[in-house]
Design a protein around this ligand. Structure first.
Ligand code: HEC
Length: 296
């Protein structure tokens, strides 16, 4: 009985040490995502160890009828193969005959499980060196960092492309032919039905004069197109057009100023002085610029 307990206790003790060292790993993990990973691995190891402990306990329990279940037999077999420990009743054979203040030493072989672990680390070190330092198939921290920066640059370019950073406050009127051509396309497709193909006005107001109901200049136009004037029949376009597209179509509208298309709709709203100005700083609602109001 004593022998049985000392053997089980040794095992339990070493398993508890492993559990404790897992705990230390937890404490050292700083990054949250790493913590998550370590947590899952830790939980797995914990249950695995509980399983091993139970199996070990069961394997030392002799049933009354002397029959040993297959699982227990298999476990005992693995145990013997992996530890190659000398049974306690044969310990005298491997006892070294020196004595350190009462501590005796057994000349056991290195446990195979430990040696295999060591071989695994050797194999892993070769894989590690090859992949991290020779072929560079796996990225080192610096490489990972650069990769992330690259991805962020791409995302930034995408955001810039969709005009995610363009707002009513910082929008400027574009004057380059390419942007105006894009704006023209957007206008013909989405806006011409109400504002006329040349911006002369139909249901919606004339876009070629200097009179504006909701304020002229790119900033006001940007706001009107983004939010719409739903109660007056002008839709909000922010769901269909991204800020960049609204900037383009707004700039195109500004470029129509003074084009005098045929069949113009009569002016509506208030005269806007800087109507065609590309200088966005002037295109803010400013009462001093509302010179003259036209009756609808
Ligand atoms: C369903 C018809 C309709 C469509 C389509 C439409 N609009 Fe309008 N829009 C209007 C009406 C009506 C008004 C007048 C709103 C008001 O009285 O405040 C208006 C007003 C505007 C104004 C402000 C004019 C001012 O005098 O203040 C701008 C700018 C404008 N629309 C741009 C656009 C753009 C750009 C598109 C396409 C992306 C578009 N609209 C599509 C009907 C439309």
């Amino acid at each position: 009985m004593n022998k049985l307990f000392s053997s089980v206790n040794k095992r339990l003790l070493s398993l508890l040490l492993v559990i404790a060292s897992t705990g230390t790993t937890f404490a050292q993990a700083q990054d949250e995502s790493d913590l998550g990973k370590v947590f899952h691995i830790g939980v797995f190891i914990f249950f695995f160890l509980v399983f091993v402990v139970l199996l070990t306990l069961i394997s030392y329990h002799n049933s009354d009828d002397g029959k040993v279940p297959t699982l227990v037999k298999a476990w005992r077999w693995i145990n013997e193969k992996m530890t190659k420990a000398t049974p306690i009743d044969q310990e005298a054979q491997v006892m070294l005959d020196h004595d350190y203040d009462g501590i005796k030493e057994l000349d056991n072989v290195l446990p195979p499980w430990w040696k295999y672990l060591f071989y695994v680390t050797i194999v892993f070190s070769v894989i590690y060196i090859l992949n991290y330092h020779i072929t560079n198939v796996w990225a080192l921290s610096e490489g990972e960092y650069k990769e992330e920066i690259k991805l962020a640059e791409i995302q930034r370019a995408e955001l810039m492309g969709s005009g995610a950073f363009i707002t009513e406050k910082n929008v400027t009127a574009l004057t380059d032919p390419a942007s105006l051509a894009l704006g023209s396309e957007i206008f013909k497709k989405n806006c011409a039905a109400c504002h006329g193909f040349k911006g002369e006005g139909l249901v919606g107001p004339n876009m070629t004069d200097e009179f504006w109901i909701n304020g002229g200049g790119i900033k006001n136009i940007f706001r009107t197109v983004t939010n719409g004037v739903p109660e007056k029949g002008m839709l909000s376009w922010k769901a269909q057009l991204n800020p960049k597209a609204i900037q383009e179509v707004g700039s195109y509208i500004l470029s129509l100023y003074g084009t005098n298309p045929p069949n113009p709709k009569a002016p509506q709203g208030t005269k806007w002085v800087d109507v065609a100005s590309a200088d966005s700083t002037k295109a803010v609602v400013d009462s001093t610029k509302k010179i003259e109001t036209v009756k609808k």
